[in-house]
Design a protein around this ligand. Structure first.
Ligand SMILES: [Fe+2]
Length: 126
């Protein structure tokens, strides 16, 4: 069996290929956040996945949100880790975050049938 690094196993909207091509709309995390914010001012960001089935047999099981902060020695910083209980909870979360430096918000989700998917959004602090 071929060994692969974890990063190679994460699908994105742009790298999806083969069977994953038809799955990207429903699996790539969507990040809603302002393009520009003031330093250390709390801003609301929203991360969601779907439209996607939300059944015990097929659902988004968890979502993690990270921040790549410009100039930081070790990245990323974890902003949130949330598990979902289908069919009761939907993969749709809202966070209040204070950013002190510009960077990139990354979201990673796991679908029990279709694997790991990530999405990202740049945020400028100034
Ligand atoms: Fe799926």
């Amino acid at each position: 069996m071929e060994k692969k690094d974890l990063g190679v196993l994460i699908n994105t909207f742009d790298n999806a290929a083969g069977e994953a091509l038809g799955k990207r709309e429903g699996h790539t995390p969507k990040i809603e956040a302002p393009d520009k914010v003031k330093a250390d001012e709390g801003v609301t960001i929203k991360v969601s996945v779907g439209p996607h089935p939300n059944t015990v047999e097929h659902s988004i099981r968890w979502l993690e949100v990270y921040f790549y902060e410009e100039g930081r020695a070790f990245n990323p910083v974890v902003l949130a880790k949330v598990s979902f209980n289908a069919p009761t909870t939907d993969p749709d979360i809202t966070l209040k975050v204070k950013f002190s430096k510009s960077g990139v918000i990354h979201a990673l989700e796991y679908c029990n049938l279709h694997g790991l998917w990530s999405g990202k959004k740049e945020i400028n602090v100034g």
